[in-house]
Design a protein around this ligand. Structure first.
Ligand code: NAP
Length: 472
């Protein structure tokens, strides 16, 4: 059984309860995990608070060196970790390796940032006064993570939180607790006791207590918009970063390289079985190339091979759990009832394994339909027709989300209009919406979230400025 990690020790939960982790490709149980209670949350927060002073007054370059050791450890474990991720959440091994690479890149970047943890020197209005700002940690950071990128999202929070001198309580998704356990274990002999604490257990049972705890100073949450809103409403005056859902459009204009746009759309929509916040979920195609795009899209989608992510032949793995298969199927049925036309997929695939759903393309989707508005979080792509760039931008922006968006065009004018007018935190030209480079900020607008991860902006999430005046 995987235990909780509190104050440098692996321990059973106070209630001695546990839950199971399942492989979504096979349905087999992998291991049992301690289900932490409110008492365990208290202990973890207390450990983090007690460790805070010594950690935050330590030298930032020393903390960066510890991150460097952690980076080396993760690198050594890369292959094992990728296999664990694939068994626990179903994505293919190359997909697991890609997210581990993102995590390594971020830590590598942050190690260097430890030597550039600058404030600013400012002129003073007073004679004989020296004024400057310096960065300070917040205190105890609660890090709440989803299952779909169980390595990169946890590391994208943990590494900057630690660099800035915060101590942490990690609460991972109950669908990916083993990956979180492995990541915490890699650091157990690197970071001092109490600096990293892990409490596994159902968010519905312990999440509120973590978020509302008076000794938690900053909350970093990635997950659904629904839970993100709940967290914001009970976080009071704490600093909160929210990375939430998406409904990402890709606009295809007549001058685009159609073959390239088709294969990008298939990857963007069906990578990680569509369970990515930046998945391409609406492809908005100009009427002049619509039929050609549609025929090529269906041909490529139908070639995707579903299977266990450990099998090197597999293109698309399973959904995370049976309830997600039900939910996706519900969205598809509702779409067809609303007037959408099923071009391919639209069915469960029990013959492949436990939680599989066929890659699905829906035609004749209009922007008012539920399937065009809500995050399905599965392998379902809406094909939508536009008559002009204005029309495309109007359709693209007409959702409550705004995480990432793409346009395919050979015309600079169209590209710049789209980058200026698409309402999203990330815009990509001639590539799918899901671009990530770790030294650049990542995050959304509207109901896709508040704040940014990655880059200097990701350091800002875990540090604030203190202003110092020295009269001499
Ligand atoms: P989720 O259901 O919202 O859960 C996210 C985390 O919140 C889990 O650790 C969950 O724990 C916990 N939680 C549940 N109820 C809570 C509560 N009342 N208080 C505090 N924490 C609580 O999301 P998910 O299904 O894991 O992930 C999919 C969602 O994440 C999608 O909407 C996706 O778009 C979004 N996402 C966004 C980004 C981004 O960067 N914008 C990246 C990846 C994913 P339990 O698992 O124990 O319930």
């Amino acid at each position: 059984m995987q235990k909780l990690f509190i104050n440098g020790h692996w321990c059973e939960g106070t209630d001695q309860k546990s839950f199971q982790s399942f492989n979504p490709a096979t349905g087999e149980a992998i291991d049992s995990i301690a289900a932490g209670s409110i008492d365990d949350v208290e202990k973890a927060v207390q450990a983090a608070r007690e460790a805070y002073h010594d950690w935050t007054v330590s030298n930032v370059t020393d903390r960066a060196e510890m991150l460097r050791q952690y980076l080396y450890r993760m690198r050594e474990e890369k292959e094992n970790l990728a296999e664990l991720v694939t068994r626990e959440v179903g994505k293919t091994v190359p997909e697991s390796l890609a997210e581990i690479e993102d995590a390594l890149n971020l830590v590598d970047y942050l190690v260097g940032e430890g030597k550039r943890y600058f404030g600013e020197v400012a002129p003073s209005t007073q004679k004989n006064r020296f004024a400057y700002t310096q960065r300070c940690a917040y205190g105890v950071a609660a890090l709440l993570t989803p299952w779909n990128f169980p390595v990169s999202i946890l590391i994208w929070k943990l590494a900057p939180a630690l660099l800035c001198g915060n101590t942490t309580v990690v609460k991972p998704s109950s669908d990916s607790p083993l990956t979180a356990g492995a990541l915490v274990q890699y650091g157990e002999d690197i970071f001092p006791e109490g600096v990293v604490n892990l409490v596994t257990g159902r968010g519905g049972a312990i999440g509120d207590r973590i978020v509302s705890h008076e000794w938690v100073d900053v909350i970093s949450f990635t997950g659904s918009t629904e839970i993100g809103k709940k967290i914001r409403s009970c976080a009071g005056m704490k600093e909160v970063g929210l990375e939430l859902g998406g409904k990402n459009p890709a606009v295809i204009m007549p001058s685009a390289n159609i073959d390239g746009a088709v294969s990008d759309t298939v990857k963007g929509a069906f990578g990680v079985a569509g369970q990515r916040c930046t998945a391409t979920s609406r492809v908005i195609v100009h009427q002049d190339i619509y039929d050609e795009f549609k025929v090529k899209l269906i041909a490529q989608t139908e070639q995707l091979k579903l299977g266990n992510g450990l099998d090197s032949e597999t293109d698309m793995g399973p959904l995370i759990k049976k309830s997600q298969v039900e939910s996706v199927d519900g969205y598809v049925n509702n779409a067809v009832n609303d007037g959408a036309e099923l071009l391919c997929g639209g069915k469960r695939m029990p013959e492949v394994g436990a939680c599989f759903y066929a890659p699905t393309v829906l035609d004749k989707v209009t922007k008012d339909m539920e399937v065009a508005q809500e995050e399905v979080f599965g392998p379902v792509l809406c094909l939508m027709k536009c008559s002009s760039l204005d029309d495309a931008i109007d359709i693209a922006n007409d959702v409550r989300y705004g995480l990432s968006a793409a346009i395919y065009t050979a015309h600079l004018k169209e590209a710049f209009r789209a980058t200026n007018e698409l309402a999203s935190g990330i815009v990509v030209v001639n590539n799918p919406p899901g671009a990530v480079e770790t030294h650049l900020p990542f995050g959304g607008v509207k109901e896709s979230g508040i704040g940014r991860e990655g880059g200097i902006e990701g350091i800002d999430e875990f540090s604030r400025t203190k202003t110092v005046y020295i009269d001499y």
